[in-house]
Ligand binder design. Structure first.
Ligand SMILES: *Cc1c(COP(=O)(O)O)cnc(C)c1O
Length: 233
């Protein structure tokens, strides 16, 4: 068994343990393998170990990797990093799910690009829970407008929310952020049932995914614990 296969086995076990410990089904938590900065060979090993969903954070890097993995059927590609609207066309061609939709301008660009690409693109709204100038994501007070606008776009399918809390050594410190994202989803859904489609909560990484699962994560984005440490970020 490869190191990557062993890592995956252990992560899958931890996900399932964390889910059942809080009365959830492991089937309700998707493992998204974040393969950024790792070569196609590493992704192939993860495919051989049974994974199908992969996350990348840069268009340019993804362009170099995704086409050479086309030989594997049924892979699903998620963009988890910030997307500039001038790269919307490439993003719509390459990816199945965009986790980082955070502005109206980007929504319109992606909608046009998806029409051109002949597909309906699944999107999550990235929420900035902190109001930090330096971070990406829409502020909480912009979210309702975004939800309303995006639900009118025919080539985008809004399926939930995503957030990246600040990094803490102690994952308990991330818990309030995860809870906030869940509460935001629940209040949007109660105001306008169905507005968030599959109601995904994309939250939790290597450091804190078990806490995120306890707070309702439906997609955990895991890189380091599967592929090892990245040499740069
Ligand atoms: C890199 C990255 C991850 C994975 O982080 P790890 O700590 O390596 O698990 C998850 N989400 C986003 C948005 C990332 O950029």
């Amino acid at each position: 068994m490869t190191v990557i296969a062993e890592n995956i086995r252990s992560i899958v076990q931890r996900i399932s343990k964390a889910a059942s410990a809080c009365g959830r089904s492991a089937d309700d938590v998707v493992l998204l393998a974040v393969s950024k900065n790792f070569p196609v060979e590493s992704i192939s090993r993860a495919v051989a170990a049974g994974l199908r969903r992969f996350g990348e954070n840069r268009i340019q890097e993804a362009e170099g990797k995704i086409p050479s993995l086309m030989k594997f059927r049924g892979l699903e590609w998620h963009l988890v990093g910030h997307l500039q609207s001038n790269k919307a066309r490439r993003a719509a061609q390459l990816f199945d799910v965009i986790h980082s939709l955070d502005s109206l301008k980007l929504a319109y660009r992606l909608d046009n690009a998806s029409l051109e690409a002949g597909k309906v693109l699944s999107v999550l709204l990235q929420v900035n829970l902190e109001h930090e100038e330096t971070k990406f994501g829409a502020d909480r007070d912009q979210i309702r407008d975004l939800v309303e606008a995006v639900s009118k776009l025919k080539n985008l399918c809004l399926n939930g929310l995503m957030a990246i809390p600040p990094f803490f050594e102690d994952s308990e410190k991330a818990r309030p952020y995860f809870a906030q994202l869940r509460e935001l989803r629940d209040s949007l859904e109660s105001e306008q049932p169905g507005c968030l489609g599959r109601q995904e909560l994309s939250m939790g990484m290597t450091q804190d995914f078990e806490t995120a699962i306890q707070e309702g994560a439906t997609i955990v984005r895991i890189g380091t614990a599967i592929f090892g440490r990245r040499s740069y970020d």
